[in-house]
Write a protein that binds this ligand. Structure first.
Ligand SMILES: Cc1cc2nc3c(=O)[nH]c(=O)nc-3n(C[C@H](O)[C@H](O)[C@H](O)COP(=O)(O)OP(=O)(O)OC[C@H]3O[C@@H](n4cnc5c(N)ncnc54)[C@H](O)[C@@H]3O)c2cc1C
Length: 451
């Protein structure tokens, strides 16, 4: 949704960033600028630097013009943030060609609302309040990806403002290297002011369920989940979460079936039958599937997030995650308030058919499971959150990450940034990303996850 400069220019002395900010403070400059320049002394400065995750808020020197990144990737201390969310957020749908041209600062909610009357769907994340920009550039995992594939696989073209100020098109014919890089390499290449997305035919309703289990039911639940994973079709997606609700640890199973609810009920029936609540799928409008989880994600937390990838889900791994959950809630991890550990059973049917070198998004294994950990901590207790996140991360047994769920801080602190980038992008893709980055952003104006 926004782009930000890399350096933490704490504005002590003159840096390129303080010089740029001083220039912007000069009345009448830049001459052709339209939008809002928000400085630390502007009335809406606090609102401008506000972020979904409170610990991602940083004191930018100027905000020219929102952000969900847990890594604080759209925030900067003393530098410049270009906020596309305020004005660059239009959605234009071409129903006949099943495409949408979307402003780089729009949110997925705006696209989903615009296409709903036409029985169309867009590949998107599971919470449609997220920004199109960050989520799409980093990959885009979501509820319908078993049939639509990743968001990056649906980007047909983009308009990019480069660090040089040049405005270029990126698609299969124009600047194909840039087109390749923005489909999974993040916001390191320029500010994407528009995306053209492929849309998909979509039935009007979806089967959706959230079932809760006692943690003691894990041994009964796991074989059923394994059985389901072996036979599931591209229309089925699930997730298993370890979390605290109403004062006790619980297992939550999310079930999504992109088809008739009665069929979905049969598909998930065996898993859901032992739930103490949520045995039945609900039929919901398809356009609302990515609004259902909004209540589980609270804005304004001081949060640390980490991600890893598992090649299989075992009862032992989930039991180890539950131990961490218990330890946090028993007060054995001082400074930690809450923790959610999610085993995301995304459906990789469509994504695994795309060449892993066709975009930077390399890890497309059909059986991979994303382990996403979110820890709410007391301000000042970051190191405690980081330690627990690292312990859970190790359950994954690999350095593979999803860049949109990963705190840059974790990789840096663990001195694993390079190793993680290699595992995540693969050696060949990483080398290509670095080469293309050096071509389009030689002075590293934009923040890069891969160094
Ligand atoms: C509640 C919640 C639910 C989520 N669910 C999912 C999910 O289901 N699937 C999934 O894949 N991810 C999910 N995510 C993670 C999400 O992909 C990242 O948080 C992502 O960074 C959000 O993008 P944003 O534009 O809102 O973020 P921002 O914080 O605004 O930006 C993130 C990064 O992208 C860059 N960027 C943003 N827009 C542009 C642009 N137009 N041009 C260039 N660079 C840009 C920014 O500079 C920054 O580096 C979720 C996050 C949250 C908080």
């Amino acid at each position: 949704m926004s782009t930000s400069t890399q350096p933490d220019a704490s504005s002590k002395t003159s840096t390129p960033w303080t010089e740029a900010i001083n220039f912007l403070r000069t009345p009448g400059s830049p001459p052709s600028f339209t939008g809002d320049l928000v400085f630390p002394d502007s009335p809406d400065y606090s609102k401008s630097i506000d972020r979904w995750i409170a610990s991602s808020i940083r004191p930018a020197g100027v905000v020219a013009g929102g952000g969900h990144s847990a890594a604080g990737a759209s925030s900067t201390s003393g530098g410049l943030v270009v906020d596309l969310g305020r004005y660059v957020n239009s959605v234009v749908v071409d129903v006949a060609n099943k495409t949408a041209v979307v402003g780089g600062g729009a949110r997925f909610k705006a696209i989903e609302e615009a296409i709903a009357p036409f029985s169309l769907a867009v590949a998107a994340g599971a919470v449609n309040d997220t920004g199109v920009g960050g989520l799409s550039l980093g990959g885009g995992l979501g509820t319908l990806m078993g049939t639509t594939s990743l968001v990056v696989d649906n980007i047909l073209a983009a308009t990019v403002v480069l660090a040089s100020g040049e405005i270029v098109r990126a698609d299969a014919e124009s600047n194909p290297d840039l087109y390749w890089a923005i489909r999974g390499g993040g916001g390191a290449f320029g500010a994407v002011t528009s995306f053209t997305f492929r849309l998909h035919d979509q039935r009007p309703t979806i089967g959706f369920g959230i079932a809760l289990f006692e943690t003691g039911q894990l041994p009964i639940l796991m074989p059923k989940i394994h059985k389901w994973l072996e036979v599931r079709t591209p229309e089925e997606m699930g997730a298993l979460a370890c979390l605290y609700m109403e004062g006790k640890p619980l297992l939550l199973f999310l079930a999504v079936y992109n088809g008739p609810v009665e069929v979905g009920q049969q598909k998930f029936g065996e898993i859901l039958e032992t739930a103490f609540t949520g045995k039945d799928l609900r039929e919901i409008p398809s356009s609302e599937v990515n609004t259902q989880l909004s209540g589980f994600q609270v804005r304004g937390a001081t949060k640390y997030q980490t991600s890893s990838v598992l090649s299989k889900l075992s009862e032992e791994t989930v039991a180890a995650a539950l131990k961490q959950l218990d330890a946090v809630h028993a007060g054995e991890r001082p400074g930690l308030i809450d923790i959610k550990i999610m085993f995301l059973l995304y459906n990789w049917d469509a994504a695994s058919k795309v060449d892993p070198h066709g975009t930077p998004f390399f890890q497309r294994g059909i059986n991979q499971i994303h382990l996403d950990t979110e820890i709410d901590y007391t301000p000042g207790q970051l190191s405690s959150a980081r330690d627990v996140a690292s312990a859970i991360r190790r359950l994954g047994g690999s350095q593979i990450s999803y860049i949109n769920f990963e705190s840059e801080d974790g990789a840096t602190q663990e001195k694993k940034k390079d190793e993680r980038a290699r595992a995540t992008f693969g050696e060949e893709n990483l080398a290509r990303l670095r080469e293309i980055n050096a071509k389009y952003d030689p002075e590293k104006v934009f923040r890069s996850w891969f160094g």
